[in-house]
Write a protein that binds this ligand. Structure first.
Ligand code: FNR
Length: 391
């Protein structure tokens, strides 16, 4: 396979034949196109964040306080000069990026999770499958290359265990426990439509297909509208686990030998606690600003978490990644890899498989380009010396 930045030549060469790309070439452009094409409820679900959306805004502006100081004359820009691959939690990735877990992809495209699994496999990067997916763990496992399973730990340990065991059997190579969403944040854009997809039976496929969950139901949900309603109510009773504590990670460790990452960490003391309790990695994330409005920008939380646990756990990052330079900045601040969120979801919504592929190729080409032009032959070359704080 060529390098990711070959996408640039592909576009210019197509231009010689008169073709210009149909899909936007920036994250902002993808969002704008999605706003035009998606149904308003679906767009609100993806684009919306908590309350006044200040945390979503600072997730982006935090990047403006850093500047890359590109290094010259290092021979990193030519063909074959770079190896962007990394190994994170035992997973080899062609570049340090996985698609972030995003629930309910049926709002954007039927079979969305399977499409994302196939496309990330083709590109050699990873994907993290949400518990709130519209496709089953088994279908995604059969299609995916490198994939991790994101656990929303339900308020029932047997169900949690069943999800984890299904993911293990289906070939997941890590478990990502998201801890910032014991209940959903206050999201005005969804509230204005009174739209919560799960209550319409969307995004709960992995509950409906789970033997432990089904055993709790009065009747199979396929049987009647009433039975489905009962299943949805059972889901809503079980979704959030307010009793979860760091010590519960020991239980997860009994269920699986896979590496464990804890997602949604901002405070360094929380990072220390979960790593003390057995986590192999933390994902510094504020859920794209969808939970606590006014919460610290994820990028601003990253350095202290790296300083606190970086010597004994891998630190990953999400919330605000939109460009290759953003990736370079997060990696230079100590992240081992990033999770990429909304832009590929917009791609899926506006262009299905081609749209996801396009959105991911845009990020990867941009990252590849910045790496080469900054004198970095590999992610190992990224460190604080490459970035300055802007005034
Ligand atoms: C999410 N996110 C999320 N996280 C998670 O652990 N499980 C999930 O099911 C979901 N679902 C979800 C749906 C939608 C529509 C969004 C936008 C986000 C959070 C996601 O994994 C990631 O943390 C954020 O998307 C990062 O923010 P940006 O970079 O996308 O703004």
């Amino acid at each position: 396979m060529g390098s990711f930045v070959d996408f640039q030549n592909e576009i210019y060469l197509a231009g010689l034949g008169g073709a210009v790309p149909e899909l936007p070439l920036t994250a902002a452009g993808l969002e704008e196109r999605a706003r035009e094409l998606l149904g308003s409820e679906a767009f609100a679900y993806v684009a919306g964040s908590a309350s006044a959306e200040r945390t979503a805004a600072v997730n982006r502006s935090a990047f403006d306080r850093y500047r890359i100081m590109p290094r010259m004359l290092r021979g990193t820009s030519g063909p074959g000069a770079r190896d962007l691959s990394v190994e994170v939690l035992g997973t080899r990735l062609a570049a340090p990026v996985l698609t972030a877990p995003i629930g309910v992809l049926e709002l954007l495209h039927e079979g969305g999770e399977v499409i994302v699994a196939e496309v990330t496999k083709e590109l050699g990067i990873g994907t993290v499958l949400s518990t709130l997916a519209s496709s089953t763990i088994e279908d995604v496992g059969a299609a995916a290359g490198s994939w991790w399973y994101q656990l929303y730990w339900p308020a029932d340990n047997e169900l949690a265990r069943s999800f984890v065991e299904r993911a293990v059997r289906a070939g997941a190579s890590a478990i990502v426990v998201t801890v910032d969403t014991p209940s959903l944040g206050w999201r005005p854009r969804d509230l204005e439509f009174a739209h919560l997809p799960f209550l319409h039976g969307k995004g709960i496929t992995n509950y409906l297909s789970d033997p432990v969950f089904r055993a709790k139901l009065p009747a199979p949900p396929e049987e009647s509208a009433d039975a489905m309603r009962a299943a949805i109510l059972t889901w809503s009773d079980l979704f959030g686990n307010h009793a979860l504590r760091p010590a519960d990670l020991a239980r997860l460790r009994e269920w699986t030998d896979l590496p464990i990452a804890v997602k949604g960490i901002l405070h360094p003391d929380d990072a220390r606690q979960v790593v003390d309790a057995g986590a192999d990695a933390v994902v510094v994330s504020n859920h794209g600003g969808r939970q606590v409005d006014g919460a610290i920008a994820a990028l601003d939380a990253l350095p202290a978490v790296v300083a606190t646990v970086g010597d004994r756990a891998d630190v990953l990052f999400d919330s605000g990644i939109r460009t290759g330079s953003d990736m370079v900045t997060a990696l230079a601040l100590g992240a081992k890899a990033v999770l990429y969120g909304r832009p590929w979801a917009y791609g899926l919504g506006i262009g299905g498989r081609a749209g996801v592929r396009h959105a991911l190729r845009v990020l990867l080409a941009d990252f590849d380009s910045v790496m080469g032009l900054s004198g970095c032959a590999s992610p190992a070359a990224l460190g604080r010396a490459l970035i300055a704080t802007a005034r």
